[in-house]
Design a protein around this ligand. Structure first.
Ligand code: C6P
Length: 414
């Protein structure tokens, strides 16, 4: 039986669950939902849903343009959301928070702007555990500009080889682009150390923070990265909105990304001068409603006690990991010492998709497959995994339901 400590009483998970209406539903008859696909997207608290609703009911208007009251209100709310995000990630200034469509767009923005200054033979360093969003944009740059892409290896446990990363840095390295927390393995990378290694050689660093912001506030100043990218929908916010944070000098040095309204200072047919940050990198009517609701999500997450959340999620991971290990033929994939609450599993004789399909019928929502990390799966010699990812609103009961369902599924399939 599990020997891990009981869930600490300081975190009132039952109270927190009341905030999430989607958690109170049956997905099939008499089958309550057990949502363990949080790394794909989180559920949304009532306050975020209400904020979207309120915006469209009574505040809907374009921003930075109108002389009228509604537009001024929408502009204030949009810029207040930027401040909420700034506070959540502890950026020095709101201008360093650029709203994008999500992590994918944030990385593509950097690839398409910073990338313009790269020349054939320049190098970008990534790792074996990257999401496709932190591989493909650099490959596209390789194909158009002739840069080299270097991939730092990981161990079988899913730990990044820091010596190899250090060895990969050369006079031609123009960027290190690395994931903070692996979506497929849960590994937490030592991003501060990576930034130090790279900065010692004058090399900028981009951190893909898609899987770290759902676990509580982060401190971009302490991490020291030049760029930090994330999506709103994984941290209780809406889909379609995300953030590119950048060090001010770095963002100021970027050429504009897209041209259009709101990103200009003055336009004539002869030439255009550009607006200051953050607007210079936000062309066109932005995703106003979702940005405002992301601000609400950031405030919601900021109000949770980060230490209690950390202890609770660590307990869930330890408890679930220990319990699933008793299932015959099941292997935990990703056993780094420093892990977030992502539990990837593979089966000796079963395809993860088959197991996941039965889990679904039992109400358990997990993700199966390559998790948009195909090169990582190739490195591990797996077709994919079955991934249960826990959020702060999950419970040990959810972990128990997962284990019971895994036992049922593996028995049925064997
Ligand atoms: N991972 C998952 O199920 P977007 O799609 O832009 O919001 O996020 C892309 C992304 C980038 N980096 C990491 C580490 C990620 O985990 C993700 C999204 C989801 O694991 C969907 S593939």
């Amino acid at each position: 039986m599990p020997t891990t400590a009981p869930t600490p009483a300081t975190f009132d998970v039952d109270r927190v669950r009341q905030d999430f209406p989607a958690l109170r539903q049956e997905v099939y008859e008499d089958t309550p939902l057990v949502y363990l696909d949080n790394a794909a997207t989180s559920q949304k608290p009532e306050s975020v849903i209400d904020r979207l609703n309120r915006y469209y009911r009574s505040e809907n208007s374009n921003v930075h343009r109108g002389v009228h009251r509604l537009s001024q209100n929408a502009t204030d709310a949009y810029e207040e959301a930027r401040e909420a995000v700034r506070s959540y990630i502890n950026a020095a200034a709101t201008e360093q928070v650029i709203f994008t469509g999500g992590t994918t767009e944030s990385i593509n923005l950097v690839a398409n702007t910073y990338g313009q200054r790269l020349e054939a033979g320049d190098e970008i360093v990534i790792t074996e555990m990257e999401h496709h969003a932190n591989i493909v944009p650099w490959q596209m740059l390789r194909d158009t500009r002739g840069i080299r892409l270097k991939v730092v290896p990981i161990s079988d446990d899913g730990v990044l080889d820091l010596d190899a990363l250090n060895d990969a840095l050369t006079d031609r390295t123009r960027l290190v682009s690395v994931v903070h927390i692996s979506n497929a393995l849960g590994t937490v990378n030592p991003v501060e150390d990576i930034v130090d290694l790279a900065h010692d050689r004058g090399i900028p660093v981009l951190v893909d923070g898609a899987q770290s912001v759902p676990h509580g506030p982060i401190d971009v100043q302490r991490i020291g990265a030049d760029f930090y990218c994330f999506s709103g929908h994984k941290m209780c916010g809406p889909t379609g909105i995300g953030v590119l944070y950048g060090r001010r000098e770095m963002l100021e040095s970027l050429p504009p990304y897209q041209g259009g309204g709101d990103m200009i200072e003055e336009v004539t047919f002869e030439k255009t001068t550009y607006a200051d940050l953050p607007h210079r990198l936000e062309a066109g009517t932005p995703n106003i409603a979702d940005a405002i609701a992301l601000g609400t999500a950031a405030r919601y997450m900021e109000e949770l006690d980060p230490e209690a959340v950390g202890t609770h999620e660590a307990d869930l991971l330890a408890y679930a990991t220990e319990r699933v290990r008793s299932i015959d033929g099941l292997r935990v994939i990703g056993t780094a010492p420093n892990k977030a609450s992502v539990l990837s599993m593979a089966f000796e004789d079963l395809h993860p998709y088959d197991v996941g399909t039965i889990l679904d019928r039992l109400g358990i929502a997990v993700r199966t497959g390559h998790h948009c990390t195909q090169p990582l799966m190739q490195r591990l010699g797996l077709p994919g995994t079955l991934r249960a990812s826990f959020a702060f609103y999950n419970t040990r009961d959810d972990a128990d339901a997962l284990v019971d369902a895994l036992e049922t599924a593996t028995t049925m399939l064997r």
